[in-house]
Design a protein around this ligand. Structure first.
Ligand code: SF4
Length: 315
């Protein structure tokens, strides 16, 4: 039986909370909502290895919002820390020092700065060693806690702390976002997925399905970020939904490298998503930058074209 099928609507989501209210993160943080939802599936028996980032502020001694364990590592070495914890737990269980029931799921929690750039080699090594762990990247598309500088996760056309629009670079960020999902997929881990806090049923089903696999289980969640993206905190859910519906944030999974989209968007014009965020203001004022907006739209169309042909879905 596919146990993931128990998540058919929001009523199937666990009401119990494992991330408690009162964290010091920004109001409206989309990544925190995704983490809260993930915890509802993972449960309390987890140990989080947090690679330094915005979420490092979540648990600062003696305060924590978590009902589970938490450990910090440097940005570069979350998965290496996870290897140490996994090995220690395995040895303690084998020696009978702790009962099997006290086993913990080992979870790396990292921002995109670490996932796409600084910690990539550590992640690649852990996948190659088939380490039994979860890896959750909350992707706010820049280095969020040090001034929102550009990272290789920053999308073409977005403004960051270090890529401002100018006469020479009217699009602000001229590089294309790195495709981390495909880098991971080349390693063929047992399970990997993209998720969104605005699709809680899809997110929950994927975490549940991942629990059936031993080895690396990788998740990238879009993390709408009022502080860095420049919008009011109450709009996070709307922005997360638009990201999926315009096709810029595809919801997908890959099992042993085999790719499947879990949701076919309505393909709203990307402009609807861009125009709500201050980081894209320069594309609309003082004069509209049609070239850049069209280039972003074309990138989305190019991504989806082969999949829509396969599934005979029409735009
Ligand atoms: S900067 Fe953005 S990602 Fe970081 S805690 Fe604030 S809202 Fe969340």
């Amino acid at each position: 039986m596919d146990r993931a099928k128990i998540y058919k609507n929001v009523k199937d989501i666990n009401e119990e909370e494992f991330v408690l209210p009162g964290t010091p993160l920004c109001a409206g943080c989309g990544g925190l909502l995704a983490l809260r939802l993930a915890y509802k599936v993972l449960g309390q028996k987890v140990v989080i290895l947090n690679a330094a980032g915005c979420f490092t502020l979540l648990s600062t001694y003696p305060y924590t919002p978590f009902r589970s364990s938490w450990l910090y590592t440097a940005m570069a070495c979350g998965p290496a820390g996870a290897q140490g914890i996994r090995d220690a737990l395995d040895i303690l269980i084998e020696k009978g020092s702790i009962p099997k029931e006290e086993n913990l799921k080992v979870v790396v929690l990292t921002g995109d700065g670490s996932a796409y750039d600084i910690g990539l080699q550590s992640t690649s090594g852990a996948i190659h060693r088939n380490l039994d762990f979860y890896y959750i990247c909350y992707d706010n598309e820049a280095f969020g806690n040090t001034g929102f500088q550009m990272a290789s996760s920053s999308p073409y056309g977005s403004r960051t702390g270090t890529t401002q629009p100018s006469d020479a670079y009217p699009m602000a960020t001229e590089q294309q976002k790195k495709d981390l999902f495909e880098i991971w997929r080349a390693h063929k881990p047992p399970y990997m997925a993209t998720v969104s806090p605005a699709h809680p049923v899809d997110l929950s089903a994927k975490f549940k399905k991942a629990s059936e696999y031993k080895g690396p289980k990788l998740f990238i969640t879009l993390a709408p970020c009022p502080t860095g993206w420049g919008y009011g905190a109450s709009r996070s859910n709307r922005i997360a939904k638009l990201a999926v519906e315009c096709g810029i944030w595809p919801l997908k999974e890959a099992i042993e490298g085999k790719l499947k989209h879990t949701y076919i968007p309505k393909f709203k014009p990307v402009e609807e998503y861009l125009s709500l965020q201050g980081r894209y203001d320069h594309l609309f004022k003082p004069v509209r930058n049609d070239f850049t907006i069209k280039k972003i739209q074309k990138g989305i169309d190019r991504y989806w074209a082969p999949f829509l042909k396969l599934t005979s879905c029409k735009r």
